[in-house]
Design a protein around this ligand. Structure first.
Ligand SMILES: [Zn+2]
Length: 560
């Protein structure tokens, strides 16, 4: 029955699977293939999508009628001015048929959590690699423009649901019963494409605490960021949001979390998080099973009903799904993550949650949101009228991946800046110079790699110094023993600080002891000479101690 004479082009359904001509025959052309896609239907879907998500206006009217001949050009019935439907949308300057966009969007949604790779896009719609890349970017841009509306809705729902919610004051209390029927947001971090030692050509990895290390190449290879660190926040049977982050420090992660939930919203996280919230509870991962068989198991133990296995599960899915991409440049990580989260979240939002105000038949009530809401400026920008090329619109969504040396330099620069600002507030220039000199000396000493004991001792004194310094008055005197008592610190350790500060002239120290008396207990009055204290070296070599004692005693004042 399969007579090649009757099998031609579009009439033969099987041609979608089986080629009509063998690759050896002269009739074969690599590009000959037909697609079983209802292109008319998907063209309509794309047009609807543009009309609803990117409505065009003229003369205060929403434009719906197209120009007679070209169906991507809208004409204003009043002033007859024309606008193209694609401008200012993710489909700006689209060079391929419109159906491809909504078709690929639908396919991505259907196969979620499996991701649609560039190769798959190429095969499905039969375009070149570069066109496939552009189509992927268009999908990602559209996702990224809808995500903020999901975020807004999620925030609003949490705010309404938990506005008066309080966990018990006791952080160790069992929450099992309280959270039984609640879906508490959970957060966790995950590393995608970590550089193993292989990628580093066998060199040791740069030592940074925790997961962060594995996303950067070793510093001898430039310290470039090659992996992606992701912060995940989500709830059970609800949306999940992913953000690409440079590290998991609180200053990085906290602002991100508060884009999605109010500050005092209940939240469960991993141990690594520290949030300024009374409703934040951490999962105790260190708790191991008493049973030997499970001691090293991956399974985490949840205590008191606190767990973040939803976030961990989502991270597992993310990791497996993104393996299909083999690797993504961290520069595009935000785009990829937005797309993934958009597709996964679609089932939790109604169309009207996601449409701009202008497209809603009846405007929904807008809630007054917190003043500190990260997205407060967003409401006005929910609709995009920007007429800019695709590249310019993708720009702000690109993730700025810095290399380790760059991060270090920036940290040093900001540290230096803080230092100079502090020194500028010291009125006495001589004192400021002393502080700077001692600080530099300390840095030099630290660079010369002192022993571990010495470093520990130094750190101990630095912490102590902060505390004691604040307890010393600026405009009156305190006796050293009283100081030790009020600050609750051993007199012996204070004595070291006192000696060093007196030697450098940071303290105005008065010797209260009568001369020529046997020195069993000595008394000193002290007062600070300035407000600022910078770190300085507090360890002294044994051989230097006699000289050191002479030096600070020489600076003492004495009542006549
Ligand atoms: Zn008009």
């Amino acid at each position: 029955m399969l007579d090649s004479g009757t099998l031609t082009g579009q009439d033969t359904p099987l041609a979608h699977i089986f080629p009509l001509h063998s690759s050896q025959s002269r009739k074969y052309r690599a590009k000959t293939h037909s697609l079983a896609v209802d292109t008319q239907f998907y063209t309509k879907v794309t047009d609807q999508l543009l009309e609803q998500f990117y409505p065009k206006f003229c003369c205060k009217e929403k434009l719906t009628t197209t120009d007679g001949k070209r169906d991507t050009v809208l004409r204003c019935p009043t002033c007859h001015r024309q606008q193209t439907r694609l401008s200012g949308t993710p489909l700006n300057h689209l060079k391929v048929p419109r159906w491809m966009f909504s078709y690929l969007l639908k396919e991505s949604q259907l196969q979620y959590p499996k991701v649609l790779t560039i190769t798959e896009i190429r095969k499905r719609v039969g375009v070149s690699i570069s066109t496939a890349v552009t189509l992927k970017r268009r999908l990602q841009l559209f996702s990224s423009e809808v995500i903020p509306r999901m975020q807004r809705k999620f925030y609003q729902d949490n705010k309404l649901k938990y506005h008066d919610f309080r966990f018990p004051k006791d952080k160790d209390q069992d929450l099992t019963d309280i959270v039984k029927n609640l879906s508490i947001p959970q957060a966790d971090t995950v590393v995608l494409y970590s550089c193993g030692t292989l990628a580093n050509k066998g060199r040791k990895r740069y030592k940074r605490t925790g997961q962060t290390s594995s996303i950067y190449m070793s510093e001898s290879l430039g310290g470039k960021q090659v992996g992606t660190l992701v912060n995940t926040i989500g709830i059970k049977r609800g949306p999940t949001f992913y953000d690409s982050i440079p590290n998991s420090k609180a200053e990085t992660v906290n602002p991100i979390l508060f884009k999605y939930i109010p500050v005092h919203n209940p939240i469960f996280t991993d141990m690594g998080y520290s949030l300024p919230s009374m409703n934040h509870r951490k999962v105790n991962h260190s708790r191991k099973s008493m049973d030997k068989r499970y001691r090293w198991a991956r399974q985490r133990w949840s205590k008191n009903g606190i767990h973040n296995n939803v976030a961990e599960g989502k991270n597992g899915i993310l990791k497996r799904s993104f393996a299909s991409y083999v690797w993504i440049n961290p520069k595009y990580s935000t785009l990829y993550l937005n797309e993934f989260s958009f597709l996964g979240n679609l089932r939790y939002f109604a169309l009207e949650d996601l449409l701009p105000e202008e497209s809603l038949p009846t405007p929904s009530p807008t809630y007054q949101l917190d003043r500190n809401w990260e997205l407060r400026g967003l409401q006005k920008n929910l609709i995009h009228h920007k007429k800019s090329p695709l590249k310019d619109r993708l720009g702000p969504l690109e993730y700025e991946a810095k290399s380790l040396p760059e991060i270090k330099r920036a940290e040093q620069r900001s540290q230096k800046q803080v230092l100079e600002n502090q020194l500028a507030s010291v009125e006495d220039t001589e004192l400021a110079n002393t502080l700077r000199r001692e600080y530099t000396k300390l840095q030099a000493w630290l660079k010369a790699k002192p022993s571990r004991d010495e470093r520990t001792k130094q750190r101990y004194y630095e912490v102590l110094a902060e505390k004691v310094w604040k307890a010393i008055p600026r405009h009156s005197y305190i006796e050293l023993h009283d100081l030790a008592r009020t600050a609750r610190i051993s007199g012996k350790h204070i004595f070291r600080l006192f000696g060093i500060w007196t030697k450098h002239g940071l303290l105005d120290s008065v010797d209260l002891n009568r001369q020529n008396k046997g020195k069993a207990v000595e008394y000193f009055d002290v007062r600070r000479n300035c407000e600022v204290l910078l770190p300085m070296r507090y360890t002294i070599e044994k051989s230097d101690i006699p000289r050191f004692n002479m030096q600070w005693r020489a600076k003492l004042r004495r009542f006549k």
